[in-house]
Design a protein. Sequence first.
Length: 196
Amino acid sequence: PIFRNAQFEISVAQAAALPPAQGAEVAFAGRSNAGKSSAINTLAGHVRLAYVSKTPGRTQLINFFRLNCGAALVDLPGYGYAKVPENVRRQWAGLLERYLRERDSLVGLVLIMDSRHPLTELDRNMLAWFVPTGKPIHVMLTKSDKLSRNEANKTLFAVRRELAELGERVTVQLFSSLKKSGVEECEAVVAGWLGL
Ligand code: GDP
């Protein structure tokens, strides 16, 4: 259970303030309100490790959590929150893009999407930024408890089919923080990235 007992380390607001890399990093990104904080808390087995905000888009920081294995879980700011002024939005996008494209210690990206609204335009932008790095991407379709089993599986296969053209380094799973389902599948993928 590689995310268990993750410890908060530092928050940074600017790419220039990023700490020197200490071991491999696994980044978590997603649209505001997609369920990223809940997913991190569920994976870590910690009710309030990542703050589950009432106001979507409030997490404007890059938060680092240290894992027992020495790697870091990096919680990236949620994107796509409409009520943010354009200049602020552009600044976040710049921070995200820079981190995702330039961070050598980053080994892979976990992209959180609401299973009811997967692959938004902004999700596609994220994919377009990250795919050229050649690093793996794992898509978690969360809130799967809000869909019937049949709908959830249909969504899973549709997203897999669509992302297959991006190559074998893109994987997709269903997840539910409410039901705590999909935890082991995510752990196995990330353990593979970290060579554990
Ligand atoms: P973030 O903005 O991506 O960090 O999203 P949050 O984790 O704050 O979740 C946004 C909202 O979705 C909150 O009201 C959560 O309680 C809810 N939520 C998150 N994950 C799940 C899930 O797996 N199932 C259900 N039913 N609700 C969820």
